[in-house]
Design a protein around this ligand. Structure first.
Ligand code: GLA
Length: 399
């Protein structure tokens, strides 16, 4: 990888022409079929999930019901158009979109720039205009566009083709791409153009983590923490902002980790302004899982209109401090314990750029409690694999 001086990086970053489709001004929130169900999906399942989302989650901001791979029939119809899998989606994809919309929710579909999707269903290569029109005719509101069967050099141009095809439909369709990690990693290629291409870039840190056979996020501590580390390389490039966000992958909350790990995973995704796309079975979740997914104070950090992702401001490899600037001038802070034993972690005001004598009020966003007013530093004990998450509100004009 070429190394740029800081000045050159800044120049490149500011010269990027961002995609201006007016969509996804804050990170999208919703649910996707993939992490829990993989190819075992059908229209009944998706409708039941939409019912739960409308009843329990939409008031917290969740709105996208996203079908991932395997919704497509293996064959196009006789006219060459895509069609839903005839066995698992017998009512057709328009009917499913109508159902999701009738619940006040949005409808997400999945495609692939290559000849086939990752699971071998028809890809969109060479059919971009026709397929985008088909998606729009079904009422699609969001497209996840993967990377299988598309060579690295082909991807960039293919992603642009689908962006233009979606735009031509005249329907607002949020656009999420999943380039290979090498594309995100290389400042010469996708990373610098991604904001002009897509609303969401999933950087496939998975390829560098290789924590499970499929290279995707898995419901394990090792998997998501690795993806987060990889993601930081991209975030530090200043890519994310209203209209364009990056994500390490979809959420694994409720898929088998401990509640402390789920809470940490959700907090850090919220901090880095990653899309909050749940991946568990919403129909059968514990109260603790629901509480994590619907913590409105943590979600408010994720949805901060400035869209500025957190930075890791301190690490000694077992404990970390993360800080995110909010549009109010306040800060969201996470103390993160990666160790197997309880650790005391100290937030120093200088980590977040506050003078040591500046009083700030701290609010604990998981306990939903005001902790008081402090100056200079604040120390807290954090459980293994857990977090403390605060909002730090500066006391302007002193005490
Ligand atoms: C890739 C993606 C996953 C999922 C599968 C579907 O592996 O990274 O998120 O979309 O394809 O086949």
């Amino acid at each position: 990888m070429k190394r740029f001086s800081f000045g050159v990086v800044l120049l490149l970053a500011t010269s990027v022409q961002c995609l201006d489709n007016g969509l996804i001004r804050t990170p999208p929130m919703g649910w996707s079929t993939w992490n829990k169900f993989h190819c075992g999906i059908n229209e009944t399942l998706v409708k039941e999930i939409a019912d739960v989302m409308a009843a329990k989650l939409s008031k917290f901001g969740y709105e996208y019901v996203n079908l991932d791979d395997c919704w497509l029939d293996s064959n196009r119809d006789s006219a060459g158009n895509l069609q839903g899998d005839k066995t698992t989606f017998p009512s057709g994809m328009k009917a499913l979109g109508d159902y999701i919309h009738s619940k006040g929710l949005k409808y997400g579909l999945y495609g692939d720039p290559g000849t086939h999707t990752c699971q071998g269903r028809p890809g969109n290569e060479g059919h971009e205009t026709r397929d985008a029109a088909t998606f729009a005719s079904w009422g699609c509101d969001y497209l996840k566009y993967d990377a299988c069967y598309a060579t690295a050099t082909y991807q960039l141009h293919a992603y642009q083709d689908m962006r233009d095809a979606l735009n031509k439909t005249g329907r607002p369709i949020g656009y999420s791409i999943c380039p290979d990690a090498s594309r995100c990693n290389d400042p010469n290629t996708v990373m610098w153009d991604a904001s002009s291409i897509a609303n969401v870039v999933m950087c496939r840190g998975d390829r560098l983590c290789k924590t499970d056979g499929a290279n995707d996020i898995a419901p394990t501590w090792q998997s998501w923490t690795c993806m987060l580390d990889v993601q930081m390389q991209f975030n530090s490039m200043g890519y994310a902002g209203p209209g364009h966000f990056i994500m390490p992958d979809m959420l694994e909350v409720g898929n088998g980790m401990t509640n402390d790990e789920d809470q940490s995973h959700f907090s850090l995704w919220a901090m880095i302004a990653a899309p909050l796309i749940a991946g568990n079975d919403l129909r059968n979740m514990t109260d603790e899982t629901l509480e994590i997914l619907t913590n409105d104070e943590v979600i408010a950090v994720n949805q901060d209109p400035m869209g500025k992702p957190a930075r890791r401001v301190y690490t000694n490899n077992i404990t970390e401090v993360w800080s995110r600037q909010l549009h109010t001038g306040d800060y969201a802070v996470v103390l993160f314990n990666k160790d197997e034993t309880v650790q005391k972690i100290t937030l120093l005001w200088r980590y977040i750029g506050l003078p040591a004598n500046q009083p700030a009020k701290l609010r604990d966003l998981w306990a939903h409690q005001d902790l008081g007013t402090f100056s200079g530093n604040y120390t807290s004990a954090v459980v293994p694999h857990g977090v403390k998450m605060f909002k730090a509100v500066q006391m302007r004009g002193g005490l």
